[in-house]
Ligand binder design. Structure first.
Ligand code: SAM
Length: 286
């Protein structure tokens, strides 16, 4: 088979496609997923690493394309994932390291990358119960913060993350990387402030908003009786008044030292582990 035919010829189901050229149209489409526009249009995203891809498939996420580096060829786990991808009607590409670097924008890329369909939870389907904790993020901007929060919410046993207003994309390369796989485990919903406030009334959740002017020490709040939504503010502006007014409590984490505030992801982590303190034990996680 000529190089040209191999790279551009028709794809047959169940057949691995070998690609070495950055000009290959499929590679171009996958590379474009580094841009939000392409992710929005295709409603897909990239997840890097064999473990992540296996976890995602186990959790029922739909894979469109599996890409692996030549060096990973023949590894039993890679073969298994390739077979599962074919079984779901997906595409499998074997690529050069150069192509892998271009897709992941890294010098030392992972051996395996999956293109998955995006998935959002919808607020109207979330009916929180007592003992459940949600994190609502007002206009979160930083991809690293969002990824870290999704990962930490997962680790603390929270039930979901709700993105309010115009936020950074949970499916960007940087955010997905920072979640370390938790993006596949933690439901993420998007909502306007209006819809969020209506939902909260409807389901009877307690909103604990964190605020630098909060009068309540976050350690004195009862997180046990109702489902709790921890509301966190934008990195620059904090929580706007219209949201702060709706909170059941305005909580503050006491600080010492010169820093004006904590990083958003750190503050969220502190709140999550306090709100779920009564539900977490070393025995349960052993
Ligand atoms: N300049 C912003 C302000 O005035 O609110 C700072 C925002 S801070 C970097 C980002 C978010 O982290 C805050 O909106 C709040 O949700 C949370 N946060 C940070 N430090 C906090 C603290 N000491 N107590 C409560 N929340 C805090």
């Amino acid at each position: 088979m000529s190089e040209h035919h191999r790279e551009h010829g028709p794809h047959r189901v169940g057949q691995v496609k070998e690609v070495t050229s950055l000009a290959n149209p499929i590679v171009k489409d996958i590379k474009a997923l580094a841009q939000k526009k392409a992710r929005d249009e295709t409603k897909t995203f990239i997840a890097e690493g064999l473990k992540l891809v296996i976890d995602a498939l186990e959790l029922g996420w739909t894979i469109r394309t599996l890409v692996y580096a030549k060096a990973a060829k023949g590894k039993p786990q890679v073969e298994q994932v390739a077979a599962r991808t074919f079984a779901k009607g997906g595409l499998v590409l074997e690529v050069s390291e150069k192509v892998m670097s271009a897709i992941t924008r890294r010098d030392n890329p992972q051996m395996v990358v999956g293109v998955f369909e995006q998935r959002y939870a919808t607020l109207k389907d979330i009916r929180p119960k007592a003992g459940e904790t949600y994190v609502a993020l007002d206009r979160v901007r930083d991809p690293g913060n969002l990824g870290t929060i999704i990962r930490t919410a997962d680790a603390a046993g929270a039930s979901g993350v709700i993105l309010l207003g115009d936020t950074t994309d949970p499916f960007s390369l940087e955010t997905v990387r920072a979640t370390m796989g938790s993006v596949f485990a933690m439901p993420v919903a998007k909502a306007s402030v209006g819809d969020f406030l209506r939902w909260r009334k409807d389901v009877g959740a307690k909103i604990v908003a964190t605020h630098l002017a909060g009068a309540v020490d976050y350690r004195t709040i009862d997180y046990g009786k109702q489902p709790v939504v921890l509301l966190m503010g934008n990195e620059q502006a904090g929580i706007p008044d219209e949201l702060a007014r709706e909170a059941d409590a305005l909580a503050r984490i006491p600080q010492a030292g010169r820093a004006d505030s904590l990083n958003l992801a750190i503050a969220t982590g502190i709140m999550l582990f306090e709100a779920r303190r009564h539900l977490l034990s070393l025995e349960a996680s052993a």
